[in-house]
Design a protein around this ligand. Structure first.
Ligand code: ZN
Length: 331
């Protein structure tokens, strides 16, 4: 595949239809990637930044915004790009900071289609897409085949917890892949989960294509957490130095909690839930973790840990629908 340039220039940036970083000149490139039309036959474009070193080396792709309400991931991708400006690289870093454009415009995790047959959907279950599928499938097909897949030896996908709930700095890695667990540890997160993967998830798609990858959860949905963003960028630079894309000393890996499974405690009925635990607290079996109140403010229900573990997530938005997350533990 070769980089295919179209005639258009949008806001000063050349429009491409396919990307192959191998044929780019060394230096810093900003493109608009033409991904698909909307229902009004208007083309949609994803911003893409490529930092290509004069010296050969590995190709790393950083993506964010597969879920449209996970802005800390987007901000970490953008900050990584700002910090790469003017750096001498060996290899290529490609950054795609926002993928789910319709979700972002709606402050929503989901992708929105104007197809009356399609409900809003989780794009991170659609990889590698389908050229003959519905709108989301076609969108992901173009993204995967024309932009992502040809340009990576290693990959990092940036997320946050779903809106209304919070994570620490938390990494998913398939522990069967040496380079995935190694990247996860180089982030120096608060917790890592062994993630054998799920069908349609970008991280799983990368791994099953022979490209080791990790998913990083940068705190909470929607709201800005600068400390976690800075730690993420620092971790990404640690990975770049370890793989010799950048010169410099790699920060020592600080051992963190590495879990094999999680337990999600979910609201049994609707109501207002106030957590009784803090992030990364160790809890014992049967310990109180949350109290739920009805519309009058009277106590409705108490939630207890079904087994011992460490608090990985809890709700920061008090109103909880039946089945929605209250507390998540990692073991
Ligand atoms: Zn996400």
């Amino acid at each position: 595949m070769a980089t295919q340039y179209l005639d258009d220039v949008i806001q000063g940036h050349r429009v491409i239809h396919t990307l192959d970083v191998a044929d780019l000149a060394a230096g810093e490139h900003k493109f608009m990637f033409r991904i698909a039309t909307d229902a009004l036959s208007q083309w949609q474009h994803l911003p893409v930044m490529v930092f290509k070193g004069k010296k050969p080396g590995k190709k790393i792709i950083i993506t964010a915004g597969v879920h449209g309400d996970e802005y800390n991931g987007v901000l970490a991708a953008q900050k990584t790009a700002r910090e790469l400006v003017g750096k001498e690289l060996a290899g290529t870093v490609t950054i795609v900071p926002m993928i789910n454009l319709t979700g972002m415009l709606n402050h929503s995790r989901d992708f929105y289609s104007a197809d009356p047959d399609a409900s809003p959907c989780n794009l991170n279950r659609f990889f590698p897409g389908d050229a003959n599928g519905n709108e989301a499938n076609r969108f992901i097909h173009a993204l995967w085949h024309h932009l992502l897949q040809p340009n990576a030896d290693l990959a990092i996908d940036l997320h946050t917890q779903t809106s209304g709930t919070v994570y620490p700095l938390y990494v998913f890695a398939d522990f069967r892949l040496e380079q995935a667990i190694e990247m996860a540890r180089l982030i120096n997160p608060d917790a890592i989960l062994n993630d054998p993967g799920d069908a349609g998830v970008l991280e799983t798609m990368w791994n099953s294509s022979g490209i080791p990858s990790i998913t990083i959860e940068v705190g909470m949905g929607r709201y800005t957490e600068l400390t976690l963003i800075d730690r993420t960028v620092n971790g990404i630079f640690n990975i770049l130095k370890h793989h010799e894309l950048l010169q410099g000393e790699v920060d020592a890996v600080i051992p963190c909690l590495e879990g094999q499974e999680i337990t999600s405690i979910r609201a049994e009925i609707g109501g207002f839930v106030i957590p009784q635990v803090s992030m990364m607290d160790k809890v014992e079996q049967n310990q109180l973790v949350a109290i739920q109140y009805d519309n009058f403010g009277d106590e409705l229900k108490r939630y207890y840990a079904p087994n011992g573990g460490t608090v990985l997530s809890y709700n920061v938005e008090s109103i909880r629908a039946p089945g929605s997350l209250v507390v998540r533990l990692i073991h």
